[in-house]
Design a protein around this ligand. Structure first.
Ligand SMILES: NC(=O)c1ccc[n+]([C@@H]2O[C@H](COP(=O)([O-])OP(=O)(O)OC[C@H]3O[C@@H](n4cnc5c(N)ncnc54)[C@H](O)[C@@H]3O)[C@@H](O)[C@H]2O)c1
Length: 303
């Protein structure tokens, strides 16, 4: 496998497909783990915007004394935007595109035709079956779920999801990758929405349901969770950060796959997604956000 030689170390190449909230965070995390990173997205300008956001976050880390200016410069040298064919040269591909099985499968088919037999293919899906996605590639034993959490550079966990065909070697490689990125890995079974989302999505959905029923205000719901449950953020702040569309997709998968009505997505959540309220990523969710992503207060709709 071709690797870069950089400052005396072989630098492994990692391809990130999708440069949205998660792709941008995963790319930064991979830089911090020492990888050479290629960033690809089908939306015009998305990889460039993601790289600018990474630069901004790293600059803030330098200002706060968390990393040195040299570290920042070395990381920025190891990331570039790339066309899909650059995946051919990478030992790891992490996919973080829209949470849609058809979109992901079609992309993995294309990637599968490019990469060599050793490349590990990982999906960051929150809810789609890893075993089902692995059916779109020719070497499903090299396919795995690597579920990062938002914001990826900060959150310490990677949920490694083992599909029916995933090999022990691929599980070991994914754990090693997570470790290099400074994360703790948990290995979980390929059940609908895996482990952490089974815990968190019903919680944030219930927060929206409480608002829909008028049980409490946006502030009351979030303050309740923070002060009584000791959560660092309330369910409505959290769903804004996760993306309302992503949370809706997860609830729909849970309801569909288990057939259990307890997973019914809140009607308000569905209405908001249909109306284009996606949360922090587009500046409007249960709270509003300025162009720097700063929370500017509760969405006037809910005042
Ligand atoms: N947001 C979260 O809290 C969170 C947490 C963990 C996992 N995830 C998962 O990560 C994935 C991405 O979520 P996100 O929140 O970053 O979404 P996002 O909407 O912020 O970004 C998705 C990006 O994928 C790009 N894209 C779409 N189709 C593509 C294709 N065929 N090829 C290349 N790029 C393509 C889009 O242009 C967009 O930039 C989803 O599978 C989601 O379930 C999200």
């Amino acid at each position: 496998m071709k690797k870069y030689f950089n400052k005396g170390f072989f630098v492994e190449k990692l391809f990130v497909a999708g440069a949205g909230t998660m792709g941008s965070g995963i790319a930064q995390t991979a830089l911090q783990g020492g990888y050479q990173v290629y960033l690809f997205d089908t939306a015009d300008g998305a990889p460039e915007r993601a790289i600018a956001a990474i630069k901004g976050r790293l600059e803030r880390s330098v200002e706060k004394g968390r990393i040195s200016a040299d570290d920042q410069a070395s990381m920025m040298k190891r990331i570039e935007t790339a066309p899909l064919r650059a995946a051919a040269d990478c030992s790891i591909v992490i996919e973080a595109v829209f949470e849609n099985a058809e979109v992901k499968s079609a992309l993995f088919k294309q990637i599968d035709a490019l990469v060599n037999e050793k490349t590990m293919l990982a999906s960051n899906t929150s809810s789609i079956s890893i075993s089902a996605l692995s059916a779109s590639v020719s070497r499903p034993e090299r396919f795995i779920g690597a579920h990062f959490f938002v914001p990826a550079p900060v959150m310490k966990l990677v949920e490694i999801v083992r599909g029916l065909s995933t090999s022990d070697e691929t599980v070991a490689r994914a754990k090693e990758m997570a470790g290099r990125m400074g994360k703790t890995a948990i290995v979980v079974k390929d059940m609908p929405c895996f482990l952490v989302n089974r815990l968190v999505d019903p919680l944030v959905n219930e927060g929206v349901q409480l608002l829909e029923e008028g049980v409490g205000s946006v502030e009351a719901i979030d303050t309740g969770a923070k002060l009584a449950l000791n959560h660092p953020m309330g369910p409505l702040e959290l769903i804004d950060l996760m993306g309302l569309d992503v949370a809706l997709a997860v609830m729909e998968t849970l309801r569909h796959d288990f057939g259990d009505p307890k997973y019914r997505p809140s009607t308000l959540l569905r209405r908001m997604v249909n109306a284009g309220f996606l949360g922090k990523k587009n500046g409007k969710g249960f709270y509003c956000y300025d162009e720097n992503g700063k929370n500017t207060g509760v969405n006037p709709l809910f005042k």
